[in-house]
Design a protein around this ligand. Structure first.
Ligand code: 5GP
Ligand code: ZN
Length: 121
């Protein structure tokens, strides 16, 4: 597995080759608005390393996966998720064809707003 994959849409966003509405970027991850939101707030948190699926994760990737999960609430609340204790958010990762994965560069979906689960098949 290489760091970047030529035909990967998320690698192109990371490289700045195609635009995205970014809400966060650091050395290891990037987060941006989903182009086809399934909820009032729908962010994607993506590692900069090209990892195809959660099933391809190696021990060396565990820290960045933890970072993706740990930053999700902060990014959600900064971008309009209803605040706790009444509000909240939902995080989802689709894995493989029958898991509903369409982009084969792992990403965490962050959904929030009015009943975000209803809009997400
Ligand atoms: P998956 O089904 O792989 O878990 O989710 C892929 C997500 O990526 C979908 O929600 C889709 O709307 C989003 N997506 C696909 N292409 C682009 C793109 O070029 N830009 C952005 N911002 N989101 C995209
Ligand atoms: Zn990629």
């Amino acid at each position: 597995m290489s760091e970047h994959s030529e035909n990967c849409i998320f690698c192109k966003i990371i490289a700045g080759q195609i635009p995205a509405k970014k809400v966060h970027e650091d050395d290891e991850i990037i987060a941006f608005h989903d182009i086809n939101p399934a909820a009032p707030l729908h962010l994607l948190i993506v590692p900069k390393t090209h990892i195809e699926t959660l099933a391809d994760v190696r021990p060396a990737d565990e820290a960045v996966l933890g970072k993706m999960m740990a930053i999700a609430p902060r990014l959600a609340f900064e971008n309009g998720a209803p605040p706790m204790p009444e509000g909240g958010l939902r995080v989802i990762m689709n894995v493989g064809p029958s898991g509903g994965q369409e982009v084969y560069h792992i990403h965490l979906h962050v959904l929030a707003g009015d009943k975000p689960w209803r809009g997400f098949a």
